[in-house]
Design a protein around this ligand. Structure first.
Ligand code: GLA
Length: 518
């Protein structure tokens, strides 16, 4: 499957580049001389005062016979040191972990300075150096929890939700770690009043970074950005909207916050108690404890836990399309499943994801959808024509429509794209059949989607920078012999009575038609 291959190969290339980094990342470290023992547990404490959270990176080191061994735990990752050179006065560590079928590697440079460990690394091969200071921590702190064996597989009953692809908003694309209660309320206000709610948008989803630790009963806590999740849910519900939240089956989320590992039922109950209506469950930290082959059992666990709460909660799987999730996502109770790595607000990212969904059409059906990730419309990285392509393609794909921009302040063009009801009607068509590519030549593609009542959506996509004319013989794509056609972006009927039709499509743009046979 091409999607999976490409995602994996990107990770491999990144890993290969990383391991090829020059050894002296941080030359300054080697200049002072120090003696002392590297052996011990070292923690870098990342304090976030706005949240009242501390997220730590741990270096659990053993320096013996001229070699440094041990582990490194950072955000969602847990590495074992494979190679080392040097000693307290300046050393290099190369550590690795298996992430599914791929190896991830990191390299740190460090030196002991008094009772501090000065460390430096690069988050990505092309990223600037990140420097950090580690201090001695109690032995055992930051150790990976013991592995809990995955449950035996069984089929999780369908929860009856998401008969059409979920519509709403998610905080991550625009706000990442800056999302808070006030922002979520303001987004709900905007959605309820700007026409989006009336156009079908319903869920307000808080992504990663709302979490804190757990209380002494093991209950997950919100951090200072979300003082009262129940009150927030009440507020959103009063607007006629629903509230979504995010967690991970691992000990940590992608951003290194508390995950649901070992607390699945308890967290599901907490979410239900708060009034949560949607859960995005992101693999992330689970990769430290489980293989890809164990994913279905692990996702099933939360599927069961959500059902057990008795509250209708949409279940969104986020594991980047690994292990052909489209083949088992529904069986573990999933209403939708991400099919790819993260989208970015660029034409290349959006089209690379969107146009590669073709082979997955057969797996989408009412209640269970392929999720090519959230919308970037209005975030500023693409033109209006490109965002219309984004919206049209997602509608052809029967994809969830989760806006990812700042709904409090958007241009009328962005709002018009997000609330184009004729395009939304294609996305939300109750037949629930995902569209697919009917024709492709170079940068031009025609996609079709079968709709209820014998209708058909036809999208003429022009992936080149220059305007293009794209022609179709209606008979070739199975369009009804007697037909009416409507342009869904111009909002006007067009003459499609001749056997052949030519659409003039702007660069990076789309012409989207709805064809009715009556
Ligand atoms: C992963 C997911 C994103 C987002 C972040 C949050 O990268 O794929 O959609 O949820 O984690 O940390």
């Amino acid at each position: 499957m091409s999607i999976k291959r490409s995602f994996y190969s990107q990770a491999l290339i990144a890993a290969a580049l990383f391991s090829a980094l020059p050894v002296a990342l941080y030359a300054g470290l080697a200049q002072q001389t120090t003696t002392g023992d590297l052996t011990g547990n070292w923690a870098v404490r990342n304090v976030n005062d706005t949240e009242g959270t501390v997220r730590s990176t741990y270096f659990n080191l053993k320096h013996e016979n001229g070699k440094i061994t041990g582990t490194i735990r950072a955000t969602q990752f847990f590495y074992t040191i494979k190679e080392s050179t040097g000693g307290p006065e300046g050393f290099t560590l190369i550590a690795s972990m298996m992430d599914g079928h791929n190896e991830r590697r990191v390299q740190y440079e460090g030196k002991l300075a008094g009772d501090e460990l000065r460390m430096a690394t690069r988050r990505r091969p092309d990223a600037p150096l990140t420097e950090m200071v580690a201090k001695r921590a109690p032995a055992g702190e930051g150790a990976l929890p013991a592995r809990i064996e995955p449950p035996a597989r069984h089929k999780v009953q369908y929860n009856g939700l998401a008969k059409t692809p979920p519509m709403g908003w998610n905080s991550w694309n625009k706000f990442a770690g800056r999302v808070d209660d006030a922002t979520v309320r303001a987004i709900a206000d905007a959605m309820a009043s700007n026409g989006m709610k009336n156009a079908g948008y319903l869920y307000i989803n808080i992504d990663d970074t709302w979490e804190s630790g757990r209380n002494d009963k093991g209950e997950i806590q919100t951090n200072k950005k979300f003082p009262d999740m129940k009150a927030l849910a009440d507020y959103v519900h009063k607007k006629g909207l629903r509230l979504g939240i995010y967690s991970s089956p691992g000990p940590n989320t992608c951003a290194g916050y508390e995950g649901s590992y070992g607390h699945e039922e308890q967290d599901a109950m907490t979410f239900a108690k708060w009034g949560i209506d949607y859960l995005k469950y992101d693999w992330c930290g689970a990769r430290t404890l489980y293989t890809d082959e164990e994913m279905p059992a692990i996702y099933q666990k939360m599927g069961d836990a959500l059902l057990k709460t008795g509250r209708p909660i949409v279940y969104s799987l986020c594991q980047y399309g690994r292990l052909d999730v489209w083949k088992w996502g529904a069986e573990v109770g999933g209403n939708l499943w991400r099919t790819t790595g993260d989208i970015r607000d660029t034409w290349d990212s959006m089209t690379n994801i969107g146009f590669r969904q073709n082979e997955l059409a057969q797996y989408a059906k009412p209640g269970h959808w392929n999720d090519p990730d959230m919308l970037e419309i209005g975030n500023g990285g693409m033109t209006g024509a490109e965002y219309r392509t984004h919206m049209s393609l997602w509608a052809m794909l029967a994809a969830p429509l989760l806006a990812g921009n700042d709904l409090r302040q958007m241009s009328s063009e962005t709002l018009a794209i997000l609330t184009n009801r004729e395009v939304i009607a294609v996305d939300q068509d109750k037949l629930g059949k995902q569209g697919s590519q009917a024709w492709k030549s170079g940068d031009q593609e025609i996609w079709t989607r079968q709709l209820s009542g014998g209708d058909m959506a036809v999208a003429f996509f022009n992936r080149s920078k220059d305007e293009a004319k794209i022609s179709v013989k209606w008979a070739d794509i199975g369009a009804p012999a007697k037909r009416k056609a409507r342009d869904l972006w111009l909002h006007q009927n067009v003459d499609a009575s001749a056997p052949e039709y030519t659409a003039t499509v702007p660069g990076h743009g789309v012409v989207m038609l709805r064809i009715s046979g009556h």
